[in-house]
Design a binder for this molecule. Sequence first.
Ligand SMILES: *Cc1c(COP(=O)(O)O)cnc(C)c1O
Length: 427
Amino acid sequence: MNRKKSIGFYHRALEMIPGGVNSPVRAFKAIGVPPSFIERAKGSKIFDVDGNEYIDYVGSWGPMILGHAHPKIVAALKRAISKGTSYGAPTPLEVELTSKVKKAFPSMELVRMVSSGTEAVMSAIRVARGYTGRAKIIKFEGCYHGHGDSLLVKAGSGAMTFGIPDSLGIPEELAKHTLIASYNNLESVKALITQYPEQIACIIVEPIAGNMGVVLPERGFLEGLRKICDEKEVLLIFDEVISGFRAAYGGAQEIYKIKADMTCLGKIIGGGLPVGAYGGKRAIMEKVSPLGGVYQAGTLSGNPLAMTAGITTLTLLKSKKIYQDLEKKTFYLTEKISECAEEKGIPFSINRTPGLFTLFFTEGPVRDYRTAKMSDTKRFAQFFIEMMEQGIYLPPSQFEAWFISLAHTQKDLDKTIEACDAAFKKI
Ligand SMILES: *Cc1c(COP(=O)(O)O)cnc(C)c1O
């Protein structure tokens, strides 16, 4: 595969952008080869500057559930752009997208739009602290909630890949308020609650974890968190930045029938433009400025283009059939990949939910950070390169999810399975 132009851009980028990339995992550091520079994308495919074509399982890390450059989104954006790109004043579009979000997530009684998932989570944590008057938060090892200071402790994929469990630059005074529990382990949560009585503002969790690779909540885990939070008057925050509108239209809350006190969204709700949202119970969200004393603002929040892409995406997703289709594709692909891996005697474990899965190179089961870390990352790197050579673009880390879109065709899936079969013979 010729990647000469990509490599040229990479060298130029290295001169002026840290690591040549604007988000760490794009650097392919865990793989040890330069990243491809992308020129365009359409449907299930992305095309690099050297003219190579790939079937894309990154999907911009989640937003592109409809596939790239969906004609209806492109048309809606064309119409919107001619009306101006930002006003710094309220618009009907914000009302429309918010009402769609509220219908999908009834626990979000009041909702604030922001410009990224990171911003949504950072803001939700501030509100939880402001509302409860408590400083400490509980998060789970291997869950990623964006790069807010309080949340970059044991923060999953990026940090796992680069072997930095905690980021530099976060004062100890702040980090000490972030308490770490183990995913799928209620006892680890109870121990922290006992150790710090009436000091914990919130428990934040990815109700379907996607950032140590996909890890599903075991029976009783989310229910147990809800119960603990109710008993101790701790706020339960679901970070559904990945799972929202992907695992189901109403996210994990629809699947597991549990209401969070606050919810964070991002990725899909922006339809490929920068959007995040956070919201929750009215009494909690009334703490947000200008109603209450928790300050949070944004020059481009509720941006008309981003709202337009979000509204169009959610409108197109609003059908049960869509999620059945996504589930069928995910299950077909994972069943076939499993058969190939078994046949070749490769130790593996697959965790999956509609639209999202991870193939771990470990005997499994993977149920938390510790078991995810047992994966053979060298084997993953070889697998990634073999797949790329065959025109399959995977997330460049063992500890990430493969994202399936509605644009993936049967032919795409079958080509991917053939490529896996060939790759498994070589790794
Ligand atoms: C991606 C992600 C975020 C951060 O969103 P950004 O838009 O990248 O800031 C937060 N939480 C989860 C669960 C995510 O997957």
